[in-house]
Design a protein around this ligand. Sequence first.
Ligand SMILES: Nc1ncnc2c1ncn2[C@@H]1O[C@H](COP(=O)(O)OP(=O)(O)OP(=O)(O)O)[C@@H](O)[C@H]1O
Length: 261
Amino acid sequence: MTPALSLNEAAVTFGSRTLWSDVSFALDRGEFLAVLGPNGAGKSTFLKVLLGLQQLSSGSAEVLGKPVRRGSNQVGYIPQHHNLEAETPLRARDLVALGLEGHKYGIPWTSRISKARIEDLLTQVGAQEYADRPVGLLSGGEQQRLRAAQALAGNPALLLCDEPLHSLDLNHQRAITELIRSQAVDRGSAVVFVTHEINPVIEHVDRVLYFARGDHRIGSVSEVMRSEVLSELYQSPVEVIEHKGRLVVMGEHAEGEHHND
Ligand SMILES: Nc1ncnc2c1ncn2[C@@H]1O[C@H](COP(=O)(O)OP(=O)(O)OP(=O)(O)O)[C@@H](O)[C@H]1O
């Protein structure tokens, strides 16, 4: 079967800085990839490449066997959290409906099936009680739950998530994680999940892509999240400790603390 996503010797360079290079792997339908790394390592840029918003400096990237392009309805995206303007003229349920294919033609396509899908998603993210309120008046966490529902509304083959649990309380972290997991397992979407904290999703993760210092590692959680692997990647001592099923990574450095040129 054609992979949901494949990269071949992909690299992004800004001026003299190589953000990352030589990234080659394929992600199958139903696979859950966690993307980790310190601030500025290039995680969001990786998602931008897959959204067709950032050109590769070299190599290639394909979604469902075709070169990446902007605005593909096969790709769902939960952006990094930011608050919507207070006067945004949309109700919560309209924001979710925008995730359906029909919005491309101006008006959300609200057949009975799509209405049912929207109601279902609103329930799953716990947004029923504020479904008719203006989105700009909702809290950051409430808006974030709607963004997750919106990204899933079109049943994307590839779901890209940029820190989707940010600003959510524990209960809603679990609800959104479960929604994303079921999109992968029950509907066969590939998931690329950028996060600073692997523990909330660790049981669902098939592979980890870890960026640091212009380099990367990819593999299963137990292959990548090891002291010797991350110490080599950071080129300084990093210790990975497992405690009651949680991973604690000690000694990680922010990207700004070194120069990789
Ligand atoms: N268009 C651009 N031109 C120049 N530099 C850029 C551009 N886009 C991103 N960068 C730089 O590339 C680096 C990686 O940014 P990116 O947002 O991908 O990091 P990140 O790993 O997602 O970080 P964070 O964890 O802080 O969200 C940053 O230093 C950023 O300033």
